[in-house]
Design a protein around this ligand. Structure first.
Ligand code: FHN
Length: 442
């Protein structure tokens, strides 16, 4: 017997994927740069000579630093090297089509001159509106800017982890008004912002106030039609997050994939909705940490493979950077940007505007396809010793040719709907793109 849907006031507002232009643009970008920047960039994971291995942006909590001490870092925030145009150029060269910046992380410090708290950039020695400089510089490079906003706020006196008393309820209500005001301010004062990326919404306090998450989403969409909001903001009437009690996605895309990607064989359900995975370079550092020997540091090639993997499953890939207290990027990050950028310069068209090709994943790598195109891209990461790349097509389709630039590879039909591409390249120094031309089988 079919289950009756649970009546919800604050659940999903629509089903299926948004088809409007703003969402199509967000989807077509595929590759974004995430930036975590705040006061935590100053100590960079080190406090009183001791290195804390846990995420640098959590240092206040790992090193048990009192709020007043932490907050006074504001008077040291003076990133002399900061050059928004240089950041934007690096992102552009890397092939990123959007950038998501922490306007306020859990520490509560605001990178813009907000009217609603003094704990903001205008009260630092630096004073400049970092957010405005970034929005202008990235937009000038043709890169969309999205705003990360942590609802969780370690600075604000009215923040509550849970609501256990009428006083908590009153205080938290004041906090929600504060957050709503800030969000409206951001959407109004930075009119080109394309999306809001919410975080810090896992505590009981916010889960008990699902109404606010819907209201915030609707408010942003009314101030800026076309606005995109991630699922992480949302909680329904029962505190259910991301997907409501009827299992419908809330917000415009799923943002639960953090430091992991869906399995390309088992998790194909994600190809039915929009999603984005965000990724750190070290194991779990978002803000700047002085010492990257504390964990494995992903190679540029590992990260490039993740970008391709996400694209092949119809998702976006948001790669994190954590600038230091002077406003510079570490060499490892510059190198990653260059490496990926070099590959994207040649091969960007198999990423941007592409998605799930609908064919079975093979061990040599990934397929991507531009929606409705007769061309399917193979992105080869692992060359089999035999040199034979297996391809299983779906439906009434045959492969006419397999080409990389000017070079054609032999296509051998080995069984119904199954082919070998004879990959004769001797040396493979980077992931190789082979484009298959397909036609309807007659
Ligand atoms: O605690 C944060 C973390 O610092 C970082 O901002 C990530 C990004 O997805 N979000 C939280 C953990 O889920």
């Amino acid at each position: 017997k079919a289950q009756q849907p649970v009546p919800l006031r604050y659940g999903a507002q629509y089903t299926g994927m948004r088809t409007d232009e703003a969402m199509q643009q967000w989807r077509s970008h595929r590759f974004g740069q995430f930036i975590h920047w705040g006061l935590y960039a100053i100590p960079g994971g080190v406090w009183n000579g001791k290195t804390y291995n846990y995420a640098a942006e959590f240092l206040k909590s790992s090193a048990r630093i009192p709020t007043a001490t932490w907050d006074s870092l504001m008077y040291q925030f003076n990133p002399r090297e900061f050059d928004a145009r240089a950041w934007a150029k690096m992102a552009k060269q890397m092939g990123a089509r959007y950038m998501t910046i922490t306007t306020k992380h859990h520490e509560g410090f605001c990178l813009w001159p907000t009217k609603f708290t003094d704990f903001n950039i205008s009260n630092t020695p630096f004073r400049r509106d970092i957010l405005k400089e970034l929005v202008d510089a990235y937009n000038a490079e043709g890169i969309d800017v999205n705003f990360y906003y942590s609802v969780l706020d370690w600075h604000h006196p009215d923040w509550r982890y849970d609501i256990k008393s009428p006083e908590d309820s009153v205080a938290f209500r004041r906090f929600l008004d504060f957050a709503g005001n800030q969000l409206k301010e951001l959407a109004t004062n930075y009119p080109t912002v394309k999306a809001f990326w919410f975080d810090g919404t896992w505590d009981s306090s916010i889960k008990k106030n699902g109404w606010w998450t819907l209201e915030a989403e609707q408010m942003l969409k009314s101030v800026r039609p076309g606005m995109i909001v991630n699922s992480r903001l949302r909680a329904d009437d029962f505190g259910k997050r991301h997907f409501d009690s009827n299992n419908q996605l809330m917000g415009d895309y799923e943002s639960g994939y953090e430091r992991r990607l869906p399995n390309p064989v088992k998790d194909l359900q994600v190809t039915k909705w929009d999603w984005e995975a965000c990724m750190t370079v070290p194991e779990n550092q978002w803000g700047y940490h002085r010492d990257w020997t504390v964990s494995h540091v992903k190679s540029p090639l590992e990260l490039l493979e993740m970008l391709v993997h996400a694209t092949s499953m119809g998702g976006n890939f948001l790669l994190n950077f954590g600038p230091d207290g002077n406003g510079g990027f570490r060499n490892e990050e510059r190198h990653i940007a260059q490496f990926i950028g070099k590959w994207m310069e040649k091969n960007g068209p198999v990423i941007w505007d592409c998605g799930y090709a609908g064919w079975e994943k093979q061990d040599w790598g990934y397929f991507t396809r531009k929606n409705g195109s007769a061309h399917v891209n193979m992105i080869v990461f692992n060359k089999p010793v035999s040199g034979l790349l297996k391809v299983k097509v779906k439906g009434d389709v045959k492969i006419l040719s397999a080409k990389a630039g000017g070079k054609a590879y032999r296509v051998e039909e080995i069984a119904k709907n199954e082919y070998f591409i004879h990959f004769t390249d001797r040396k493979m120094t980077e992931p190789r793109v082979i484009v298959l031309e397909t036609a309807k089988a007659s």
